[in-house]
Each structure stands twice: as structure tokens, then as C-alpha cells.
Design a binder for this molecule. Structure first.
Ligand code: ADP
Ligand code: ZN
Ligand code: ZN
Length: 829
């Protein structure tokens, strides 16, 4: 590095800080550091009276800020840019497009471990072993951390007796010796399993065969040993012994604990602990790696390549079970062979399933996984591995768009219609599917969007030749799409064919399916036991104290819970209004379905898949494995089960409450209902015989059902698109939603009205809808009002937004906006 000892200018840097304040911040560079500052490097700076943040440099210049006195940088963290130019451009683009601050985006983009601040908390990595890599000071600090669960930034500072401990902390993060996290909930807790293996002596074939002979006389111990050898074939390959066997496998089988203990005592077995991070490594030998593409798949594959010759974005519209994944794999292999990086986005929950294990098996060390259930430390690891080129292929959730790619060649967005690609809260409220198109453009990469039921926005682009369009209309292996039947619940009720929420027909089919050894899936999009409880005398309904919603009864916890703010209370015994004791649970949640089905079909092994049963990182995966291994007969689940699951034995699907999905008050209700029901139905009969789907509804003549039964996506699209055009909804306009919140109802209304009038004046009344109260008026004691802005295609979005921003800034300076929270959601869903 060179130095400019005689430079007369003063150096300033503009940096992004992780704070929700618009714009960049200018700091002064101490003379000695002038040679070291450059774009993309992280620096530590003082902020406000006492805070300290990590920011990233976006520009180096010699212009002092005009409105304030620039403070000096405290520390430079990187020798080389940690954040590349494309990432900085992307951050800026997102901030502009989604009308938030670069700081909001920066906050979302970087794992906490890469942006140490005065609010950071620090913890020793419990699995850290390479102490010899530490400097003396680092090692002293780590020993200090060893004695505590975690320490605050200030504690670190005073222990180290230095003004600025950042460099040391950063170095320790780099060596994976410590973790830095923002909040207690992010604290890293490794999962440790206890495993058993043979002691070294018995890994030798002659010792082992001898032992087997000896144990002939002790059948219980022999059984334990044989169970081990059945899983770990040490006789074939002694090195396999190192893997060991999860202790649980012994306890779950018939093996007695005492025989294990004896074998341990006699030093045949030994126990060791293994820390498992991320997912099981896909060492399942049953996962196949190689498939031949079918003719249809091959045709689609070729068409995609062809489309990429002239277009950057292609939609692969392939029915459920058509084997889109195989086509992705082929494309990924090509891109990697080309030396390009690949990003494969999946909706959150699909990431913990079979497909990821299979990808891991195929792509091995090149593949990194980026999941929201990862600890921050794991995210830092993935970040580093992408930057260093160790991972050239990332499978991840929406936030993986922020990883430090430098040579992206292909981006795949699977299940592109999924709403979970859009972040709702907090800002940046970005849509990962849309962001990747910009990201891809920066890298000159291709984008493949895949879905059986594309969003109408995407399909519209494809229809209008903006995107390529490739269709795959048959399932792999000539399996037929499931047959869909409607069950008229009104009629069934009259004919006395309803058992509570279940029609006789569904129960019968479940029994038949069970007897045939097949699995069934029941879909109910509500978790908990019952969505509300009601007094039978006065009709009082238990409500959340902070939100405008009823409380859901959760039977297992015997509690009423609010699904919006987390408020809980124990189940009351008396009515909150009249004091009567006849409270009744009303409606069906997954818990109640599980309970009642168990009652109707006593022998069935039932599993439930919803937010409550899958909170931990491995819970969902374990449930999936149980289904796959045939340990469950019936699965009851929420929309979590709609995404990308692929089970051989699942041949029947039952759908409850379809009416609620269809009648949801939203212009996208039919599109969504079609997607959701088709996707859930698509889980049935994916292999071999045709599957069956039963939908309970009290409006069986609704046209949407016919479209679903016929798989007539095109027909539905044609019909809806006319309405969208007629009433000015996407894809014919862009939508921006403004949400105005205040603790007082009247103040929220007043502010929203004032703002609404201003916008109508400046943008024309036709473009502004509302203000109106949202579906749920109050959440967490804040009352909300919404304004919807429609921007016709053809209007310059960027100009419109600048103008809108000015209007919003003006409104926020008004007295009526005091204490008001204003949220801007661009391309709201
Ligand atoms: P989609 O994502 O289109 O719903 P999947 O990619 O999950 O469908 O494929 C459905 C099933 O068919 C999977 O079990 C997959 O392993 C199997 N399959 C798809 N293509 C092939 C192929 N070419 N050879 C063998 N099996 C295949
Ligand atoms: Zn609440
Ligand atoms: Zn009452």
C-alpha cells in the first residue's frame, strides 16, 4: 500500500450505516489511514452521542459535509472490499425502488457478525478448537468469554482496556472463535448429539469376528452389536466406524439400555459427541444422483436454452410433479461447468426438504445453503465462502440475493408465485423474485422462474414476450394429475352426512386409503385448535387485548393466543361479558382436525405440520423423514405442506375451508386460491397410480373449482386479466401501499385523510384509493389506515417515486403526523 505523506487535502468518506435514516453519512479519515480507505471496505464510526456502528464506504472524496461537522473514523475493518461494487449498486437500487434507506437494505443484507456495533453481543463459539491460531490478547479475551454465556460490547471494551476493540473482535469472528449477534434470540446454540461407535480395537476384522463369536452366548448384547453393524458396515470398511451411530437409534429399537451399558463398560463401544450444524449432510445412500431426462423434460430443457439466446428471463410453467427440479439441475451443471456462479431461490420451508439433500449429494462441496433458521455465525460462514469462491452454488431464501457474488451466471427462482419471496416487515420490503432480475442484469446472468401456477404478473410478462415461456404439461413417468372431487358440505349436512367438520365421504376415503397402506394429507390453513372461543349465552368472543382479532385456542398449551402479536392468556373458565360458563371452541384449526381424525380413525398414525410443530431447525425435517419412511399415515398441515414436498406414498389429499380461501377480500383471491389448492392437490399421487383430492365446500358451483378441476390455469388467467385491466390492478398498474399507524384511532384517521387529500390533489383522485381501514384495524395497539396508489404502466416509476417521496416528507412535517408511523410498501401483495 502506498502512502501520500504530503497530501494537503483532507479525505472524507461517504458510508452506509445500518440506520433507517435516508442518505449516506460523511466521515473524516485520519491522516494515517488515507491510503487504506476505499469503496466496499467496512469502517467503524461513532454515531449520535454514544453509539458506534459498522458501515461500508461507498465513496472517497474531499468535500466536507455542509450541514454538520464530520467526525473521524474509529477503525478500518477490512484490507480489501468486503462488499463488491455490484452489491453496493444493488443496495442502492433496492433503496430507490422500494423507497427505503440504504441503511435499511444494509441492515438486511449483512449478517450481524459482519456489522459489529455498540449494541452487539458477543459469545464464544462453543465448538472452537484452534486456540493456537489466536494471538495472546485474543486468547485472553476468549478465556474471559468462556466463563460467561455472552458479554455486551461495553463489557468487552472495559475488559480489554482499549478504546476500540473492533479489530480484535473482527479478527476473532474471522477465525470463527466468537459469534456476534444483535439480539438474545439470535444466540447460537449448537445441537449436539451423542453417538456410539466401536472402540479402535474392535474395528479390526479379526477382533470383531472373535467378539461376535463370544457374544453368541449373550444374545442381547449381540443384538446391539449387530444393529450397529447393520447401520455401519465396519466389516466391509473399518473407516466407516468413525461416523458412529446416533444413540437414539438404539433406544428407539428393542435394544435394552443395559446391554449398551455393558458393551460400553467392556470397551466394545464408546460414546462420543458430535456437533451438528446445518442440515444432515445428505449422506443418505438412498438419494439418487443421476436421472435421464424424459423426452418432455429434454424438450423443455432445450427450449429454455433456446429462449436464453434472445431473452434474459424465462418462465418454466410445468405442472406439479413434472420434474422441474431435474431441468434446473441440468442447467445448474452447465452454468457451473462454465465457471459461473449459480443462485437457486426457494421458499423458506421447501429448503429443509428432500430436494436440498439431493442437491447436496449431487453438487457436494460447491453447494452452500443459506437459510433463515441458520445462526448468524453460519451466515457469516456462507458469506465468506461465497466471497472466497468456495461455494459457487447457493441454494437459499430471499436474503441470499445479498451474498457477495461476483460472477453470477444463472438464477433460478422456484415456486416463483410464492408470496414469501416478498419481505413484508421491516423495510426493505423487497420482492426477491424481482430483485434477482436486477441482480442478474448486473452480472449478465440468466433467470429461470419456475412454477406450476405462475403469478399473473409473471405470466403476463411471458405472454407479452418480455420473458421466454416454456411449458411442461405432463407429469414425470406418465403419472396422471390427481382427480379432484368436490364435496358439497351444505348438502352433506342436510343429508346428515357430516361428522362435525368432516363429511362421511372424506372419512371413508381416509379409511380406505389407510387400509391400502397409503398416506393421506389433510389441509387446513389455520393452526391451533380453534380460531375462536365463544360464549353460548351472549355470543361474546375472546379477543386479543392489543389487536382487533379473536384469540386462537391452543389445546396442547391450554392457552388462548394472538397470532398477530403473540399475546397469550390461559383459557378462561367464564365468559368475559356475562360471566357464564358455557364457552365453546368454534371452528377448526389443525390441532382439532388432528384430534378428531384420531377419534374417527383410531389406528391411524397422524402427524401435524404447522408453525407450532416445526419451530426448531430440525423438527420440520424430522416430520418429513417420518412421512418419507412411512411412519405416518395421515398428515394434517397448513400451507407449509403446499410447497415442493414429494412423497411416493401419498395418494389422497383432503382440503377443508376452501371457501374461506376463495372468498378472501382481495383482488388476487382467485389467483391465490387457484395456486394454493392446485399446489396442495399436487402433492397427491406423484408416483404410480393416480391420486385423489377431495375438497369440502359449500359453494361447489363456484367457477373457480371447475378451473382447478380442469387444471385450466389459462382460462382463469384470461378471465381475471380482463378484470385486472378493467379495474386497474396489476399487472396493468404498479401498486404502492401506504400504511398510517397511530395509537389513537382518530389520529390515524386524521393523518391518513390529510395525506390522502394531498395525494389526490397532486396525483389525481383516480390514482389514489382510500384511506380505508385494513382488514385488521388494530395490531399491537396501533390503529392503521391504508392508502393504495396506482401507477399506470408507462409512467416513469422513478420520477413518480421522487415526487411521492416529497409529498410524504411534506405530510410528515405536519402537526397531524406527530407520533404517526408511516410505512411504504412498493409492489405490495
Ligand atoms: P416438480 O418440482 O415439477 O413438481 P419434481 O422435480 O419434484 O417435480 O419431480 C417429481 C418427481 O419425479 C420427483 O420424485 C423426481 O425425483 C421424479 N423425477 C423427475 N424427473 C425424473 C427423471 N428424469 N428420472 C427419474 N425421476 C424423475
Ligand atoms: Zn394481538
Ligand atoms: Zn357470555
Amino acid at each position: 500500500m502506498f502512502n501520500f505523506p504530503f497530501s494537503l487535502q483532507t479525505f472524507f468518506v461517504d458510508i452506509i450505516l445500518p440506520v433507517p435514516i435516508p442518505g449516506y453519512f460523511t466521515y473524516r479519515v485520519p491522516k494515517d489511514w488515507e491510503a487504506y480507505v476505499q469503496k466496499g471496505i467496512r469502517v467503524v464510526v461513532p454515531f449520535g452521542t454514544s453509539k458506534v456502528y459498522t458501515g461500508v464506504i461507498v465513496a472517497v472524496h474531499s468535500n466536507p459535509p455542509t450541514k454538520y461537522q464530520a467526525k473521524y473514523l474509529l477503525e478500518i475493518l477490512d484490507e480489501y472490499p468486503l462488499i463488491n461494487d455490484k452489491q453496493l449498486d444493488l443496495i442502492e437500487w433496492i433503496a430507490g425502488y422500494y423507497m427505503c434507506t440504504p441503511g435499511d437494505v444494509f441492515q438486511a443484507a449483512l449478517p450481524a457478525g459482519l456489522k459489529i456495533s455498540s449494541q452487539s453481543k458477543i459469545q464464544l463459539n462453543p465448538t472452537f478448537e484452534e486456540w493456537e491460531q489466536l494471538t495472546e490478547k485474543e486468547s485472553v479475551f476468549c478465556n474471559f468469554l468462556k466463563e460467561k454465556e455472552s458479554c455486551t460490547f461495553d463489557e468487552a471494551k472495559s475488559f480489554l482496556e482499549v478504546k476500540s476493540p473492533y479489530y480484535l473482535i473482527k479478527s476473532l469472528v474471522g477465525k470463527s472463535a466468537i459469534f456476534v449477534f444483535d439480539e438474545l434470540k439470535d444466540r447460537y446454540s449448537p445441537k449436539i448429539i451423542r453417538k456410539i461407535r466401536l472402540t479402535e480395537y474392535y474395528t479390526h476384522k479379526e477382533h470383531l469376528t472373535q467378539l461376535i463369536g463370544v457374544l453368541e452366548a449373550k444374545p442381547k448384547q449381540l443384538a446391539a452389536l449387530l444393529l450397529y453393524l447393520q447401520h455401519i458396515s465396519v466389516l466391509r470398511d473399518p473407516s466407516l466406524n468413525a461416523k458412529g451411530l446416533d444413540k437414539k437409534i438404539f433406544t428407539q429399537s428393542e435394544i435394552s439400555e443395559s446391554s449398551i451399558q455393558t458393551l460400553l463398560k467392556n470397551e466394545v463401544f464408546e460414546v462420543f459427541e458430535q456437533v451438528i450444524s446445518r442440515f444432515s449432510e445428505g449422506d443418505d445412500e438412498l438419494i439418487p444422483t443421476k436421472f435421464e431426462l424424459s423426452n418432455a423434460q429434454n424438450r423443455a430443457f432445450q427450449e429454455i436454452l433456446k429462449s436464453f439466446e434472445t431473452k434474459d428471463i424465462c418462465l418454466l410453467k410445468g405442472v406439479t410433479g413434472s420434474g422441474k427440479t431435474e431441468i434446473y439441475i441440468r442447467l445448474i451443471q452447465e452454468a457451473l461447468a462454465n465457471g459461473d456462479q449459480v443462485l437457486y431461490l426457494l421458499p423458506e420451508i421447501a429448503l429443509t426438504t428432500q430436494i436440498v439433500m439431493r442437491l447436496k449429494k449431487i453438487f457436494g462441496e460447491q453447494l452452500g445453503i443459506y437459510h433463515s433458521k441458520f445462526s448468524d455465525n453460519e451466515r457469516v460462514e456462507v458469506w465468506k465462502s461465497v466471497a472466497e469462491g468456495k461455494y459457487s452454488f447457493i441454494v437459499g431464501v430471499r436474503s441470499s440475493v445479498f451474498l457477495p457474488f461476483n460472477n453470477l451466471g444463472l438464477v433460478i427462482v422456484d415456486e416463483e408465485h410464492e408470496t414469501s419471496f416478498k419481505q413484508t416487515d421491516p423495510a426493505p420490503r423487497y420482492h426477491a423474485r424481482d430483485v434477482v432480475t436486477i441482480l442478474a442484469k448486473m452480472h449478465q446472468a440468466k433467470v429461470l422462474l419456475g412454477s406450476a401456477t405462475p403469478s399473473f404478473e409473471t405470466y403476463y410478462q411471458a405472454k407479452n414476450d418480455k420473458f421466454g415461456l416454456v411449458e411442461l404439461n405432463e407429469r414425470y413417468g406418465e403419472t396422471l394429475l390427481p382427480e379432484i372431487h368436490l364435496i358439497d358440505t351444505k348438502y352433506a349436512a342436510k343429508a346428515k352426512q357430516m361428522n362435525g367438520g368432516f363429511s362421511e365421504e372424506i372419512l371413508d376415503k381416509l379409511r380406505v386409503n389407510l387400509e391400502a397402506g397409503k398416506q393421506s394429507l389433510l389441509f387446513q390453513n389455520r393452526r391451533g385448535y380453534s380460531p375462536y372461543i365463544q360464549c353460548q349465552l351472549c355470543e361474546w368472543i375472546a379477543q386479543c387485548t392489543q389487536c382487533d382479532v379473536s384469540l386462537t385456542f391452543h389445546a396442547r398449551d391450554k392457552e388462548l393466543k394472538c397470532h398477530y402479536c403473540g399475546y397469550k392468556e390461559t383459557l378462561p373458565t367464564r365468559c368475559g361479558a356475562c360471566g357464564g360458563t358455557s364457552l365453546q371452541t368454534m371452528g377448526y384449526g389443525t390441532e382439532k382436525i388432528e384430534e378428531e381424525i384420531q377419534m374417527h380413525i383410531p389406528g391411524a398414525r397422524i402427524g401435524r405440520v404447522d408453525l407450532d410443530t416445526t419451530r426448531s431447525k430440525t423438527a420440520f425435517q424430522n416430520l418429513i423423514l417420518d412421512v418419507q419412511n412411512g411412519n405416518l399415515d395421515i398428515i394434517v398441515g397448513t400451507q407449509m405442506v403446499a410447497k415442493g414436498l414429494d412423497f411416493d406414498g401419498l395418494s389422497m389429499v383432503g382440503i377443508f375451508d376452501a371457501d374461506k380461501i376463495i372468498n378472501f377480500p382481495d383482488f388476487r383471491a382467485h389467483e391465490r386460491a387457484y395456486q394454493l389448492i392446485t399446489q396442495v392437490a399436487g402433492r397427491a399421487g406423484r408416483r404410480g397410480a393416480q391420486g385423489e383430492v377431495y375438497i369440502q365446500t359449500n359453494q361447489p358451483t363456484h367457477a373457480l373449482f371447475q378451473a382447478i378441476i380442469d387444471g385450466d390455469y389459462e382460462g382463469l388467467y384470461q378471465e381475471e386479466i380482463v378484470e385486472r385491466e378493467g379495474y386497474n390492478y396489476p399487472p396493468y398498474v404498479r401498486l404502492i401501499r401506504l400504511v398510517i399507524k397511530h395509537v389513537e384511532d382518530t389520529k390515524a384517521k386524521k393523518a391518513a385523510n390529510d395525506l390522502g387529500n394531498l395525494l389526490k390533489q397532486n396525483f389525481g383522485a383516480g390514482r389514489i384509493l382510500g384511506p380505508e381501514k385494513p382488514l385488521i384495524e388494530k395490531i399491537r395497539n396501533l390503529y392503521a389506515q391504508e392508502i393504495l396508489i396506482k401507477i399506470e404502466n408507462g409512467v416513469s416509476l422513478s420520477k413518480f417515486k421522487i415526487n411521492l417521496r416529497e409529498n410524504l416528507d411534506l405530510a410528515q412535517s405536519w402537526p397531524s403526523f406527530k407520533g404517526v408511523q408511516l410505512i411504504v410498501d412498493v409492489d405490495c401483495l
